[in-house]
Design a binder for this molecule. Structure first.
Ligand SMILES: NC(=O)c1ccc[n+]([C@@H]2O[C@H](COP(=O)([O-])OP(=O)(O)OC[C@H]3O[C@@H](n4cnc5c(N)ncnc54)[C@H](O)[C@@H]3O)[C@@H](O)[C@H]2O)c1
Length: 340
């Protein structure tokens, strides 16, 4: 790439929210980067790919679609690089990417603690009902019925996926005095200081809280479904801050109705792309499964905000610019997506 083309490098950012613009513009100014960024609040799919016409690269988030058709459309328009503002890349067709010879890099770790802290915030909220207490007290209702929780100290927490976020979650829960169990086909040595690695079935059978921190791949799709829910301790809490499709939502609803599952905290939802990151408060929500979930008093849903801290957004912008610089310079990039 020539110096002239470096000066005119153009990036189309999809699913761009005001906070993306704020942190990317801050990073751009700090680096005096000549890159031009077109911010589009719409998600990337086959219908919106045309917005990247004339751009060298696209910058995408968790619910943007990067299947073969979209990648081919982008490539045909001259786009040669995909920059993910996230760690997970289950929305990218790696085979098509390689076939087209496109560069793609992600932000593998921006603040594992941010997501871990959110997972624990959800556990504490759901257990001690602080979200319900907040509303009650504002209405002058100081009754405690319905707010009964359990003491976290001494309980068993099962961490499925002991990578960066799982490890950070285990560290916090160990600090609360929980006994921590982990399951991971590639166990991290650092976990040994916090807890015990066990087979998944043992983790499910023994844990009062099961928290999911593994990636979404074919082997983990609906990891929590009818069979695995049946192996969980009766009345346990399930927490998912990883990817929605790790959980079979219909099976979870059945388990909540039968009271086999005691509580559910989710920051991610299988069909979230139609809902999350947008204000739908004046819309009729057509997703009846989601609607059913929100009727349970023992279900807490947040809209994929685990990553949403100042530190994490700053890091996402900085690493995305590093990835872009790597691509421009043709240097080795540690954050390139793995081969299919
Ligand atoms: N809610 C959010 O805002 C948010 C933000 C960032 C990441 N995430 C999600 O969190 C996930 C974990 O992120 P991370 O940074 O800890 O990733 P990581 O790669 O550091 O850790 C993932 C771990 O899962 C393990 N794993 C793979 N298959 C497994 C299986 N079948 N069973 C159990 N473990 C398995 C891996 O060996 C690895 O140790 C990401 O994949 C992403 O989907 C969510």
């Amino acid at each position: 790439m020539t110096t002239a083309s470096l000066q005119t490098l153009r990036l189309a950012m999809f699913s761009a929210q005001p906070y993306d613009r704020r942190f990317f513009e801050e990073a751009r100014a700090a680096r005096r980067s000549p890159v031009a960024i077109d911010y589009h609040d719409t998600a990337l799919d086959i219908g919106t790919a045309v917005l990247a016409q004339g751009c060298d690269a696209v910058c995408v988030f968790v619910n943007d679609v990067l299947d073969a058709a979209v990648l081919e459309r982008l490539h045909g328009q001259g786009v040669r690089a995909v920059l993910l503002r996230c760690a997970g890349f289950n929305n990218v067709d790696l085979v098509a990417l390689a076939r087209l010879g496109m560069f793609a890099a992600r932000v593998p770790a921006y603040s594992p603690e941010a997501v871990a802290e959110h997972a624990v915030a959800m556990i504490l909220t759901l257990n001690r009902h602080t979200h319900r207490a907040f509303n009650r007290v504002r209405e002058g209702n100081f009754a405690l019925d319905g707010l009964l929780g359990f003491t976290l100290h001494g309980k068993t927490a099962g961490i499925v996926g002991t990578g960066k976020i799982g490890l950070a979650t285990a560290r916090i829960l160990a600090g609360f005095g929980c006994r921590v169990l982990g399951h991971d086909p590639y166990p991290s040595p650092a976990f040994a200081a916090l807890g015990t690695m066990v087979p998944l079935d043992d983790l499910l059978a023994q844990s009062d809280i099961v928290s999911l921190h593994c990636p979404l791949v074919d082997a983990t799709r609906h990891l929590i479904g009818h069979a695995t829910l049946g192996r969980m301790k009766e009345g346990a809490m399930l927490v998912n801050t990883s990817r929605g499709a790790l959980v079979d939502t219909a099976a979870v609803i059945e388990a909540l109705k039968s009271r086999r599952l005691g509580a559910l905290a989710i920051d991610v939802y299988e069909q979230e792309s139609a809902l999350f990151f947008r204000d739908h408060s004046s819309d009729i929500i057509a997703d009846d499964v989601f609607g059913r979930l929100t009727t349970f008093p023992n279900v807490l849903v947040t809209g994929h905000q685990g990553f949403f801290t100042i530190e994490a957004l700053r890091e996402i912008a900085a690493i995305t610019f590093d990835n872009l610089d790597c691509w421009r310079s043709g240097g080795a990039c540690a954050n390139v997506l793995p081969a299919a």
